[in-house]
Design a binder for this molecule. Structure first.
Ligand SMILES: Cc1cc2nc3c(=O)[nH]c(=O)nc-3n(C[C@H](O)[C@H](O)[C@H](O)COP(=O)(O)OP(=O)(O)OC[C@H]3O[C@@H](n4cnc5c(N)ncnc54)[C@H](O)[C@@H]3O)c2cc1C
Length: 543
């Protein structure tokens, strides 16, 4: 017999009777609206027959949207009477095809049954079976300062989450969600084929205690439709709701570390996972001071690029903030104005000493950058869009002073030439040199004309390797990470024929220029570039 069969057609023996253990199936805590049936020709049907895992798509006769226990009872009864197989959906985050599959005739959608309230009669928090975690957390916390130690995805439903156990960052400290489950209201089908709601409690004397036990982690949809959960932390008492469930830490620290798959081989991956697991194993005791720290290792598929390690710690726990200092004055202010005022108070900074140039590499870029470092005035501003030539550039001209090194934002190509013009306009006294690629420069080469027209004496160095080399490199890395053998690159990456004559191009736009293709040409070219009264371009052949 399948789970659905058990729920939808077969009689359930152990759950007959209601109202035992002091509980009765009661009124809802969210507004009730008439139930709605959505059939295949309804525009809502498609949306309502697929969940988080879009691999599973249902094809039921209809989806019944409910907002009260009575409506669930009626929906279940109707399905049983017609011999229809039914399933139930709360938040729709089931990763398996338990809800949406071709065997299911009727889906009962609980998303409208989503109230969260304190039930004074039961001295417990009532959460209806279709509430989402975000709503549960927010209501419990904002109204009473309490929580349940559930998972971190806000759109997971309490229905599947609790009936599956439910754990999250606070679980090492406070247990699973079901550890706080006081009672459940469940719509079941008895021996006679009659659907009805019963309440089952944690108290072992409750005649339906076994149904409570089964609902507390026994898996969603196995024993009935849970229309309501009541939560109260065991051992609590009194009438103050704020003391009847656990209270979350006042503050937490979160850390998210992404490790690229490209940085991991089998040995490193094994060590990472083993160390992670070993730490939690060593600190697993319920009394461990480390129970305030919890984490998730998200070992996503290589296509996600990274493995993620997420960690949360109670910020108020001793030692959680070893490097932080108490704040005496909190400011809300405009960052630019505030930082300027602070900088003024601090006085002039101590510039980092200019580093002795590293021994020349033998690339043209090394020679050129080293020569520029030797001759350039203090305060040289570099716009670095050199991309694949950038490592050689910063070897000799490392960023040392604030405002002396600019990069393309977000990886956009073609910003080197106009970027340098902008900087020079803003700071006419500075020596400004842009390094750009041959491919990148072609996006905005016409800006040279603008430099001449407005008398902007910026310098431009085209790192000319006759290819979109960055794309070559990226493609190779992409293939390597996926175990794909290298093969010819797209023809469009090649810029060598016809060869772009940057000197003539620059001259055509009014900018004097030289080509540097041999080491001996480097020194005079750098000297001339720095001596030019107006804009100047160097076509630096780097291959
Ligand atoms: C992105 C994501 C993040 C997650 N993070 C966590 C996490 O941090 N911690 C954790 O513990 N789990 C986590 N989970 C797992 C999640 O708790 C389970 O998938 C859970 O079953 C989802 O519940 P749901 O109500 O959203 O799903 P649904 O698809 O609606 O239901 C799941 C199962 O429960 C049944 N069910 C739903 N409601 C009821 C009800 N009221 N009565 C009876 N049966 C019902 C359904 O029939 C189905 O079999 C995560 C899942 C996803 C997809």
């Amino acid at each position: 017999m399948t789970r659905r069969g058990l729920l939808g057609a077969a009689p359930l023996a152990a759950v007959a009777g209601a109202g035992a253990g002091g509980y009765t199936a009661g009124q809802g805590c969210a507004p009730v609206t008439p139930a709605v049936s959505v059939y295949p020709d309804d525009p809502r049907y498609q949306e309502l027959t697929v969940g988080y895992n879009q691999r599973w798509v249902g094809s039921p006769d209809y989806v019944r949207l409910v907002s009260s226990t009575d409506q669930v009872v009626r929906a279940v009864q109707e399905a049983v009477d017609r011999g229809k197989r039914l399933s139930v959906v709360s938040g729709g985050h089931c990763l398996a095809p338990f809800v949406f599959n071709s065997d299911v005739d009727v889906v009962i959608d609980l998303s409208g049954l989503n109230g969260v309230a304190f039930d004074p009669r039961r001295q417990a928090f009532a959460v209806e079976g279709g509430a989402r975690l975000a709503n549960v957390y927010e209501t419990l916390f904002k109204k009473w300062g309490v929580t349940v130690p559930g998972g971190m995805c806000p759109t997971v439903g309490i229905g599947g989450h609790t009936t599956g156990g439910g754990y999250g960052f606070l679980s090492r400290q406070f247990g699973a969600v079901i550890d706080h489950l006081e009672a459940v209201e469940v719509v079941v089908v008895d021996r006679s084929g009659t659907a009805r709601a019963v309440v089952a409690g944690r108290d072992p004397a409750d005649p339906h205690h076994d149904l409570w036990w089964a609902s507390a982690g026994g898996g969603g949809g196995n024993f009935g439709v849970v229309t309501r959960f009541w939560f109260r932390t065991p051992g609590t008492s009194g009438t103050d709701p704020g003391r009847l469930l656990v209270r979350p830490p006042k503050d937490v620290l979160l850390s998210a570390v992404g490790i690229p798959w490209s940085a991991l081989d089998e040995a490193k991956f094994t060590r990472l996972v083993a160390n992670w697991g070993a730490w939690y194993e060593q600190h697993a005791a319920p009394t461990s001071p480390a129970r305030v720290l919890s984490g998730v290792a998200s070992l996503a598929h290589r296509s996600a690029q990274n493995v993620f390690l997420l960690t949360q710690v109670d910020a108020t726990a001793p030692g959680a903030r070893p490097k932080n200092f108490p704040v005496d004055v909190a400011l809300v202010a405009d960052p630019k104005a505030t930082l300027a005022a602070l900088a003024e108070r601090l006085g002039p900074g101590r510039p980092v000493e200019r580093r002795a140039a590293e021994p020349y590499g033998d690339t043209m870029m090394d020679l050129f950058a080293a020569e520029l470092a030797r001759r350039a005035p203090e305060g040289l501003v570099v716009f670095d869009e050199a991309l694949t030539s950038s490592p050689a550039l910063v070897r000799h001209l490392p960023p040392r002073l604030p405002g002396s090194y600019f990069l393309t934002r977000g990886g956009s190509l073609g910003v080197g030439i106009p970027g340098a013009i902008g900087i020079k306009l803003a700071r006419p006294e500075a020596e400004v040199v842009a390094f750009t690629g041959d491919g990148g420069s072609m996006y905005t080469i016409q800006a040279l004309w603008t430099a001449v027209r407005y008398g902007v004496a910026a310098r431009f160095v085209i790192c000319d390797n006759r290819r979109y080399q960055l794309l070559d490199d990226n493609l190779e890395q992409y293939w390597r990470e996926r175990g794909v053998a290298s093969h010819p690159h797209p023809e469009g990456f090649d810029l060598s024929h016809p060869e772009i004559d940057f000197v003539r191009l620059a001259k055509g736009l009014g900018v004097p220029a030289v080509k540097v293709a041999k080491p001996a040409q480097v020194e005079p070219a750098v000297a001339r570039m720095l001596a030019e009264p107006g804009p100047f371009l160097v076509d630096l052949v780097t291959t």
